[in-house]
Design a protein around this ligand. Structure first.
Ligand SMILES: Cc1cc2nc3c(=O)[nH]c(=O)nc-3n(C[C@H](O)[C@H](O)[C@H](O)COP(=O)(O)OP(=O)(O)OC[C@H]3O[C@@H](n4cnc5c(N)ncnc54)[C@H](O)[C@@H]3O)c2cc1C
Length: 275
């Protein structure tokens, strides 16, 4: 159907699209295709041999918060718990978060930090893109006309992972700044991604390499100076703007603090440092 109408507007949970329509920012003038009852998009599967979880685009936040998915991808469950209200979490989907591609989308820093890939399907076949390459800018993606976001494949990391979000209150809030840290002890690597501090979600390769180098992987310990420097490198990687929600200075400071705190939760301090 999409091949016949490549410009059709896709509708999943409608929690972004209907707001845009109601506010007059978007007026679909052609066919609207609702995709949230396509069984394949509603399901997820764990592939233990590949060490991945593949999540259909129409899987909702409420589903991402449930076991056993929540234990496989804890940071995604944590980020999902911060999205909107129960009603929004029951309707809103990961595919819709990707389709909108707001720098404040709560699912996106988790996907970026975990090194997820996006599978796009069309009548001519499927293609897979790294999520960081899929997100091109503010509400701009690599999706082509006639393509459907089919699924996201997320590596299951062996190690601690967490999501942090700053907003003007604790619930029903769009992120002023956010950060996700994914540690993989088996790979001796860390992934850090920041939200709401750039035109799209940002990975922080310099900060990641620095922390991976400074962690004592055998004891999972790190010294306090390294944590502080990690936070500073994260802040330096951000490119925030001042808008109606916050100032650039606050956002830069906030991602530095969040990155440091996430790393503090992920690793123990060296004993002499923690005394
Ligand atoms: C009150 C409220 C609170 C909110 N709070 C948060 C929050 O805290 N954090 C947050 O991140 N977001 C929040 N949102 C935004 C929204 O809920 C999320 O972005 C959600 O993930 C969108 O999913 P959806 O299925 O509703 O998308 P839809 O609105 O159906 O679609 C969004 C976009 O993606 C496209 N699309 C949908 N599915 C596909 C597909 N399979 N393939 C290709 N394109 C597709 C659509 O065409 C559209 O452009 C909030 C929204 C509201 C109304």
């Amino acid at each position: 159907m999409l091949a016949d109408e490549p410009g059709a507007t896709l509708l999943c949970g409608g929690t972004d699209l209907m707001v845009e329509v109601n506010e007059g920012h978007r007026r679909p003038d052609r066919t609207v295709m609702m995709v949230n009852r396509i069984t394949e998009l509603r399901s997820w599967r764990h592939d233990p041999a590949a060490g991945t979880v593949t999540i259909g685009a129409a899987v909702t936040y409420s589903e991402l918060m449930r076991e056993p998915l929540a234990s496989l991808l804890p940071a995604l469950a944590e980020a999902s718990r911060t999205v909107g209200s129960p009603q929004i979490r029951n309707a809103g989907t990961l595919g819709g978060n990707l389709g909108t591609c707001s720098p404040a989308g709560d699912g996106l820093p988790v996907l970026a930090a975990a090194g997820a890939t996006v599978t796009l399907a069309s009548a001519s076949g499927t293609r897979t893109v790294d999520v960081v390459d899929f997100m091109l800018g503010v509400k701009r993606t690599d999706r082509r006309a006639g393509e459907l976001i089919a699924a996201v494949t997320v590596p299951v990391a062996a190690g601690w992972q967490g999501y942090a979000k700053v907003g003007v209150r604790n619930a029903m809030v769009i992120a002023v700044a956010s950060a996700c840290l994914v540690v993989d002890v088996s790979q001796r690597s860390v992934g850090l991604a920041l939200g709401s501090v750039g035109p799209t979600v940002l990975r922080c390769p310099q900060a990641e390499a620095f922390l991976a180098e400074r962690v004592d992987w055998d004891s999972a310990r790190v010294d306090r100076d390294a944590l502080v420097a990690f936070g500073e490198l994260a802040a330096a990687a951000s490119t925030p703007i001042t808008d109606h929600r916050s100032t650039a200075e606050y956002r830069r400071h906030a991602v530095g603090v969040m990155a440091e705190r996430l790393a503090r939760r992920a690793f123990d301090l060296h004993e002499e440092e923690s005394r």
